[in-house]
Write a protein that binds this ligand. Structure first.
Ligand SMILES: N[C@@H](CCC(=O)N[C@@H](CS)C(=O)NCC(=O)O)C(=O)O
Length: 211
């Protein structure tokens, strides 16, 4: 294990600031109290070296010594192996956290991302495509609601599963889409009230403001 370096863009336009996925990694690193530094890669015009770390030319990626990891979920799992504050040590709790981490990405984000993209692009009109994507998200939120009404965090103690789920839900909460899903809304409020999130968010905002 070596020095932890998180790479994100040097700058992004204002709308996505506070929501760029490096926030997930910053949040986990802050939560675990692991020392790290942040480096930048150009947003306007991808350099060749970028693709060596992130084959789609996206961010974030993390280097841990000579290991380079892309995909926010994979990065959080990697960090989970370095800290019990991110992944429970007991096998049952660990496997519960991992299943919810994948649920956040592969069941909820799969519905929330197209929904958000349609809202951002101004395509949230009275069209069959919008109705389909809105319903797709609604069904996911309806199933998540009783789960979050019963528990504070997804897998016992706060874990990387909560970082991902809260961040995924935060994107639709931004457009008031959790109205009617109070447990989901309260969960996001609870998660984002953590000092680790507030620091990660402030640091990301400062990073892009100075880029
Ligand atoms: N599945 C990837 C998605 C990464 C992603 O979408 N990154 C965005 C920033 S939040 C990005 O780089 N967008 C620019 C692009 O797609 O070219 C992950 O979770 O790390």
């Amino acid at each position: 294990m070596g020095d932890l370096i998180l790479t994100t863009y040097d700058w992004v336009p204002e709308p996505p600031r506070g929501f760029v996925r490096d926030i997930r990694v910053r949040w986990a690193l802050e939560e675990a109290g692991l020392p790290y530094r942040v480096e930048s890669t150009p947003f306007r015009g991808r350099i060749a070296g970028h693709f060596a770390h992130q084959p789609f030319g996206q961010v974030p990626w993390l280097t841990d010594g000579d290991i380079s990891i892309f995909e926010s979920g994979a990065i959080l799992l990697h960090l989970g192996n370095r800290s019990d504050a991110l992944l429970p040590a007991d096998p049952r709790g660990r496997s519960e956290a991992i299943e919810w981490l994948f649920a956040a990405l592969n069941s909820v984000e799969m519905a929330s991302l197209p929904w958000s993209l349609m809202v951002i692009s101004g395509d949230a009109g009275d069209t069959p495509a919008w109705k389909r994507f809105n319903e797709f998200l609604e069904v996911r939120l309806q199933h998540l609601e009783p789960v979050l009404a019963r528990r504070e965090w997804l897998a016992g103690a706060f874990s990387v599963a909560d970082i991902l789920m809260a961040d995924v839900l935060r994107l639709v909460d931004r457009f008031d889409r959790l109205k009617g899903h109070p447990a989901c809304h309260d969960y996001v409020a609870r998660a984002t009230a953590r000092p680790s999130f507030m620091k990660a968010h402030a640091d990301q905002m400062a990073h892009f403001a100075s880029g």
